[in-house]
Design a binder for this molecule. Sequence first.
Ligand code: ATP
Ligand code: MG
Length: 229
Amino acid sequence: MLLRLQGVETRYDTSQVLFGVSLDVAEGEAVALLGRNGMGKTTTVRSLMGLVRPHAGSVYFGGREVTGQPAFRIARAGIGLVPEGRQVFPNLSVRENLVAAARGTGWDLQQIFDLFPRLAERQQHGGNALSGGEQQMLAIGRALMTNPRLLVLDEATEGLAPSVRGAIWGCLERLRGLGQSLLVIDRNIEALTTLCDRHYILHKGRIAWEGSSGHLTAAPDLRQRYLGV
Ligand SMILES: Nc1ncnc2c1ncn2[C@@H]1O[C@H](COP(=O)(O)OP(=O)(O)OP(=O)(O)O)[C@@H](O)[C@H]1O
Ligand SMILES: [Mg+2]
């Protein structure tokens, strides 16, 4: 198993947010993490990345336990994060943002520009001069430049125009075709059921359901109960 969370419990100060979250992503698999606002999706991501330290449970990556390790070390082990809210460097150009992230072999600048032609056109622009969609493409490009074994996307299409969303989904489908392992958080269930093999639904800090795209599509009651759609 590429990524395994086992019974992860996380709190902020005194308020506990995750209650025994277990989930797996196999090599080459695309997995979705679903749930309404505030159910703990981002906290799950932060817990597996080492950005917050779980007080119980374990995180394994590539067969090794990484629980409690600093975030830079977990990232280096091969997890690329596209965080909620993008967070590109505003004072670096597009090209500099990408080059600064480069690690390992595989993805290079030209391949990122092939994936996102918009970024090629704007490569000398500063991160702060980009539209929301361009920033998102840059955030994905940066994560890819680290040549991650697992790419984690936290609401990568949030707040974007439909055409830009389409471009992001198209890119994820392409990555999928290249065998990239993915853990994706998003609100667009239709796109997720097309892209992903399996889904987990988080409800109040617990995994309330897990199953295949086929099972999720065939269960409108689930969607109503846990996702409000
Ligand atoms: N830094 C923090 N300190 C205290 N509480 C927090 C912090 N971050 C998140 N929380 C709380 O933890 C709970 C889970 O938040 P989290 O951000 O993980 O949810 P989410 O599923 O990602 O939500 P959204 O869909 O809005 O992004 C919420 O009740 C939130 O208010
Ligand atoms: Mg979130």
